[in-house]
Design a protein around this ligand. Structure first.
Ligand code: NZQ
Ligand code: ZN
Length: 387
């Protein structure tokens, strides 16, 4: 096991009926906050009213800013930073999925920085100080509720990049599974795919071949997420299933399962972010396409871990190592496909002829992330496996 430091300061308040605690949880961080939400789901469900009632009861004033869109934009974040500064606010309360939470983090960092917030995404500046963020999560997917990262799209340059820094861990996150009862079927599936791929990025990209503890954590989480997804798809108000999805997705990217693996990067995310940026694809849908393609590419060199995955997660034990590796990848791909996620580029409306146009965008992410071995020909080969 590789040496590591694990420090996750986010206070998680989990369970049914916890939403009204957001006011008291936020009050220590400021008396005037920016209340950020998405394109209306939280307003329609009555969640936003619960949040404002709780803020009011705790003596916290808010400036209401809705409208964060999926694949959130830099333009919106810049406007929100301007608003935060003009109003002299103290903190951000994010009510939504990963897009709202990520925008909140960009606002928190940008509000305390004299330059342009995009500098944090391109690596021109490091996040130092940031305003406090608290969250009420509404979608099990990204892990943003308990990690220090955030992703935005710069529409002008068609880049989707991420910022991170210890100051960006949410101070408190309210995880009430009932707030995910209204998540539509497709977003439930995309969220699970995202969480599973977060786990597999660590699992398949570790440098140490002997990691039974991390392996079993990941395998158990993947199995649980896939089972819970089916229960939630059958009955969207299945509390136990929604609870497993919510906590499972949080654990998938809060640093726990990747610790000690000697992780060598997030190549499936490197391949996906440009697809979201260019085609406005939901992140989980893009991962269902590039995930299996990347796994096929990587398993050619070293199929053993993929065969282990096939056996332990899907109970596939017959055939040679390479055959079992392929069977496991196919099982995951089929799982996605049968639940309505696209698993090939054309299924998402992306023409195979577009591959040469997509490659330089992925190269750019590879460059920013320092993943030099993903040259243009390698990237094109992987994308062809998704054709
Ligand atoms: O905008 P509203 O009206 O809220 O609707 C949203 C949106 O249309 C809807 N939704 C969310 N909660 C709902 C709901 N609808 C009904 N009931 C609810 N309870 O779902 C749609 C998608 O929301 P979004 O926030 O975009 O989804 P998700 O949580 O999957 O976030 C995706 C974004 O996070 C980034 C992705 O790249 C993408 O931009 N990621 C962030 C990460 C991080 N911060 O650590 C890591 C991930 O790998 C990922 O890159
Ligand atoms: Zn992801």
């Amino acid at each position: 096991m590789f040496p590591f430091e694990f420090h996750n300061p986010t206070q998680v308040i989990f369970g049914r009926g916890t939403t009204p605690r957001i006011g008291k949880a936020t009050a220590p961080f400021g008396r005037r906050v920016l209340l950020l939400s998405g394109q209306g789901s939280a307003r329609r469900s009555g969640l936003l009213d619960k949040v404002t009632d709780s803020l009011k009861a705790a003596g916290v004033e808010w400036v209401d800013l809705g409208g964060v869109r999926p694949n959130p934009t830099l333009v919106f974040a810049r406007e929100a930073i301007g608003r935060f500064r003009r109003e002299g606010l103290d903190a951000v309360v994010a009510v939504g999925g990963g897009s709202v939470l990520d925008t909140a983090k960009a606002v928190a960092a940008g509000a305390r920085y004299a330059g342009d917030v995009w500098d944090f995404f391109t690596g021109e500046a490091e996040v130092g100080d940031a305003a406090p963020v608290t969250t009420v999560l509404t979608l099990a997917a990204t892990g943003s509720e308990m990690n220090s990262g955030g992703v935005l799209t710069n529409e002008a340059t068609q880049e989707k990049l991420h910022l991170s820094g210890p100051a960006l861990f949410p101070r408190v996150s309210i995880l009430d599974p009932e707030n995910t009862f209204t998540v539509p079927r497709d977003q439930t599936v995309f969220g699970v795919v995202d969480a599973v791929i977060h786990l597999l990025e660590g699992y398949f990209n570790g440098s140490d071949p002997d990691l039974p503890l991390q392996d079993r954590l990941v395998e158990g989480l993947v199995q649980t997420l896939l089972e819970a997804a089916d229960a939630a798809l059958r009955d969207p108000k299945h509390y136990a299933a929604r609870a497993r999805l919510m906590w499972g997705a949080t654990l998938a990217l809060n640093g726990l399962t990747q610790a000690g693996t000697g992780n060598t990067g997030f190549p499936m995310h490197m391949l996906e972010h440009p697809l979201s940026a260019l085609y406005d694809l939901p992140h989980g849908a893009g991962l269902a396409i590039v995930g299996p393609a990347w796994m096929r590419h990587a398993s050619r060199q070293a199929p053993e871990k993929y065969a282990q995955f096939a056996g332990r997660v899907f109970g596939l034990h017959s055939g040679s190592v390479s055959e079992r590796a392929e069977a496991g990848i196919r099982a995951f791909e089929t799982w996605c496909q049968e639940r309505g996620a696209p698993t090939r580029l054309p299924a998402a409306g992306i023409a195979v002829e577009d591959i040469p146009r997509i490659v330089p965008h992925i190269r750019r992410v590879a460059e920013v992330w320092g993943m030099a071995r993903y040259t243009a020909p390698v990237i094109a080969d992987i994308l062809k496996l998704a054709a």
